[in-house]
Ligand binder design. Structure first.
Ligand SMILES: Nc1ncnc2c1ncn2[C@@H]1O[C@H](COP(=O)(O)OP(=O)(O)OP(=O)(O)O)[C@@H](O)[C@H]1O
Length: 322
């Protein structure tokens, strides 16, 4: 079941890639078998599953990096794919600027490069050394690189790795806005079994095969998911949901909900409707790291974010963005 939430009007529906009964055999072992799913324009599909369950293998089969040994993969003719792999082989001893990273695999018009970096929120870092970027900035640079050539399908293999909780939320916001602005399809591999991005339309749970699928709500209720991850996990499959009342601009200034821009944001500057660090938690029993990161965020008194983060249970359906 697809959720129409956040879908740009009229773009959802055209399948970009479809896998049917796909199996990948290596050294006499089926890495995955019987995998079928599709990604349509404007759709966000998230692959979850334990380590080694075949998420990357399935994504690679989808984009043609890897040839399946059985089954079929159909891609829309002329499909342009932007791919951010899980691992990059970069020689970290050599200096590499963001500009160079953007053009490593081919030339790119200056205008497109700027537009992509702008969209990723790191336009001011064009001359920065990649080695000096924070985890979140590095992921943004990789994402800028992937969107620069205006792909129809964006494949992100664990895009929030090495990023703290606040950075994770910001990256998910970025992914959502890329989808909303470009209408591209997004195949996301999630590192976290228990939390998926709120805007995910379809969760595919893999365990060498498709264990179950559906909306985050449907997957959390499915007996297969419960069998694979235990009932505790089923109670805690959650969606990120939050709202911001201000935006941090690249130059460090802050734009508030009323449109005004200030050098910093402070809890008492009159721009904030809620107390700083209000965390609207649904009653929960999470057993994943993020609850701690959340706490760390709450103690970060110097950096006065005023997000109302909500870890809402998908079961209750609370907090999903409309
Ligand atoms: N080229 C290969 N040859 C042999 N085995 C492979 C190859 N590529 C992956 N595998 C194995 O296939 C299985 C699935 O790997 P894959 O990377 O798809 O899992 P994953 O779900 O993405 O895992 P993780 O969450 O750890 O990143 C693993 O057991 C892995 O060791």
């Amino acid at each position: 079941m697809l959720s129409p939430a956040n879908a740009p009007a009229g773009v959802r529906g055209e399948p970009l890639v479809s896998l049917e009964d796909v199996g990948v055999l290596r050294n006499g072992r089926w890495l995955v078998r019987g995998v079928d799913f599709s990604v349509s324009r404007g759709e966000i599909v998230t692959l979850i599953g334990p380590n080694g369950s075949g998420k990357s293998t399935s994504a690679k089969a989808a984009i043609g990096v890897l040839k399946p040994d059985e089954g079929r993969v159909e891609r829309k003719p002329g499909l342009k794919v932007g791919y951010v792999p899980q691992k990059l082989s970069i020689d970290w001893t050599l200096p590499l600027t963001v500009r160079r990273l953007m053009t490593l695999t081919g030339p790119l018009p200056e205008r497109d490069m700027h537009a992509a970096l702008e969209a990723a929120g790191i336009a001011h870092m064009l001359g920065a050394e990649v080695q000096h970027l924070s985890g979140g900035e590095f992921q943004r640079a990789l994402m800028a690189r992937a969107i620069a050539r205006k792909p129809d399908l964006l494949v992100l293999d664990e895009p929030v790795q090495g990023v703290d909780f606040a950075g994770e939320i910001a990256l998910y916001d970025l992914i959502k806005s890329i989808r909303n602005l470009s209408g591209c399809g997004i195949l996301l591999i999630s590192h976290d079994l228990h939390v998926v991005m709120a805007e995910t339309d379809t969760v595919i749970c893999l365990n060498g095969h498709v264990c179950c699928r559906g909306t985050p709500e449907a997957v959390s209720r499915s007996p297969e998911y419960v069998r694979l991850f235990g009932s505790r996990a089923a109670q805690t499959l959650a969606v990120y949901s939050h709202h911001h009342d201000h935006t941090h601009l690249p130059d460090g200034r802050v734009r508030h909900a009323d449109g005004s821009v200030t050098d910093h944001c402070r809890p008492d500057d009159g721009h904030h409707a809620h107390a700083p660090h209000e965390h609207a938690h649904a009653p929960h029993d999470h057993d994943h790291d993020h609850s701690h990161a959340d706490d760390a965020h709450a103690h970060d008194g110097q950096h006065a974010h005023d997000h109302a983060h909500e870890h809402a249970h998908s079961r209750s359906g609370e907090g999903r963005h409309a």
